[in-house]
Design a protein. Structure first.
Length: 142
């Protein structure tokens, strides 16, 4: 088996079909083909940052509203006049609901800001203008 392989290789070398690596013809090194990179889509993150800042502000406001509702509730517990008791209770409920709404809205804005800034990928432009002798001048992609 080894002898048959050696005879085949020798015959290939003698006939010129096979060339050993040391005798391989040298090829002139040409420049690499340049491949243009797709332009990066630079878009602002203003809405994302505004949403994050608004959400943080509303969450902070919810803590202030909760504090006011707690102080009003403490005054409600100490009040003895029935109209005053009713007014303080209504004010406590109103500030407690405003605090909850502010907290939930702030959390929604924070989530929206994170989505806008880090998770959403902007849609690529479908119409490209390319001025090159090898390409069309206007290309529409789907």
């Amino acid at each position: 088996m080894k002898r048959r392989l050696a005879v085949t290789l020798a015959a290939g070398l003698l006939l010129g079909n096979l060339e050993p690596a040391a005798c391989a013809p040298a090829q002139a090194a040409g420049p690499f083909e340049s491949i243009p990179l797709a332009p990066s889509l630079s878009h602002g993150h203003g809405w994302a940052y505004a949403s994050l800042a608004g959400g943080a502000g509303l969450i902070g406001l919810s803590f202030a509203l909760t504090g006011h509702a707690n102080r009003t509730y403490d005054r409600y517990l100490a009040a003895t006049d029935p109209p005053e008791v009713e007014r303080l209770y209504d004010e406590t409920v109103r500030y407690d609901r405003l605090s909850s709404a502010s907290l939930l809205t702030g959390e929604a804005l924070i989530a929206t800001g994170i989505w806008l800034r880090f998770l959403r990928r902007p849609a690529a432009s479908r119409v490209h203008l390319s001025l090159s002798p090898r390409r069309c001048s206007v290309a529409l992609s789907f």
